[in-house]
Write a protein that binds this ligand. Sequence first.
Ligand SMILES: Cc1ncc(COP(=O)(O)O)c(C=O)c1O
Length: 383
Amino acid sequence: MIWKVPLFDLHFEEEEKQAVMEVLDSGWISSGVKTLEFEKGFAEMTGARHAIAVSSGTAALHLAVLALGIGPGDEVIVPSLTFAATVNAVHYTGAKPVFADIVSRDDLTISSRDIERKVTERTKAIIAMHYGGFACRMDEIIAVAKAHQLEIIEDAAHAPGARYQGRHLGTLGTVGAFSFYSNKNITTAEGGMIVTASDRIAKEARLLRSHGMTASSYDRALGHASAYDIRQVGYNYRLDDIRASIGIVQLGRLAGDIEKRKQLAGLYQKRLAGLAGITVPFHGEAYESSNYIFPIVLNESCGIGRDEFREKLEKDFGIQTSVHYQAVHRFTHYIDPAVVLPETEYVEAHELTLPLYYRMTAEEVGYVCDSVKKILADSEERK
Ligand SMILES: Cc1ncc(COP(=O)(O)O)c(C=O)c1O
């Protein structure tokens, strides 16, 4: 399908190609000097004491949960309106994910009130996922965590460059996890980053990302070590220098990317304001978002189902959309009839994500908004 307006588009230029060629020519392509440079740049950008590059956002989340010493018998409170990896990461460790609802269809992030309701004596941590790069209500979540002595892991997969009260997302809890999957604001095709202020967690994460080895191949190649020990079993969750070199270029471009997304999102908000049939979440608040995606939620009054709406955008207007997300608590593996999350379930059935990407034009935003309005007007007429 050739889309008139695709959902997203990669933003690569000549620099990424040059950076990759430089690594290929250097004779060292696995984790090395470029990975260290990427980590340093990411730590500077976020203000984190430590940044540890890994092979994916999922690996970052897994190591975050492990490094907090969470395992069998423990519970971690998680959102359900997220990508499955947020929840799988808890499951990997043998701990139990416990689902909490979102705030509302205006704020699609995890609800501190529902977190509070789900706390038991087994609860060890909360995972706060900053949906679309819009911050969770961190003041409220930190207050609940303090009251019950819980750790906070931030799933900041959507949030490079996004802030909450001036602080970079991912640095407000104990550990933050970022993703550099291909549709993210910074991409290395696959990749991730852990950030933390804790020396102990950073040390543990570094050890676990490379088999639990006390010295890396790079250290040994530099002659800094000749042997290594394995004190605990780890994984191969390393990032390589080819990907890291792309990440360094993308990191340098992030501020411009976010500025452009902010303008486009502002235009969307203006053009879609006041439509009775839809809710534009995160509207009207002073978010310092990365504007990773642009979600809308259909209201009960809108007179057309979400899937039909998406189909019309595709077939009649050539506009690609997506859904963020299918609720994790309703997947076969996680389903439990006792778990009911009314707001999450409403949004799961009524949300669609409109196109948003760096090279999108104001005209394209206008075209998408006119198409949305046309579908809403037609369904109003049919009523
Ligand atoms: C919210 C969220 N968490 C975790 C992940 C997992 O990241 P990755 O695909 O890099 O493993 C993703 C991305 O795909 C995500 O969107």
